[in-house]
Design a protein. Structure first.
Length: 107
């Protein structure tokens, strides 16, 4: 039997960081850009250096309790953390939702 264990928010952040500024990832991102050149949903697959730096700042200021239950954060909590860390709220919300989906697959 394959016992799956929930990864921590920090471990998930490192998985997201794996393809930061990756050449192939950037090419794929280009295929999904909107009219302004943004590509938020691809951020989890191949974040830019700036996106990754913002995610690291936001995770760094989270309390131990918030980190332990990150998959259950409310929209208001995500908004507050993003504001306190001075990061893009949409990207941080995408990151938290991605983590929640990973946790849901484990349970």
């Amino acid at each position: 039997m394959d016992a799956r264990v929930k990864i921590s928010i920090n471990e998930y952040l490192e998985e997201v960081a794996e393809f930061c500024d990756d050449r192939y990832g950037n090419r794929v991102r280009g295929q999904f850009q909107d009219a302004q050149g943004a590509c938020e949903l691809a951020m989890l697959a191949a974040p830019t250096g700036e996106e990754l730096a913002q995610l690291r700042r936001a995770v760094a200021i989270m309390t131990p309790r918030e980190k332990q239950n990150a998959e259950r954060l409310s929209d208001e909590q995500v908004e507050r953390i993003a504001a306190d860390a001075h990061v893009d709220q949409a990207n941080f919300a995408i990151f938290i939702n991605g983590y929640a989906l990973v946790c849901k697959r484990v349970s």
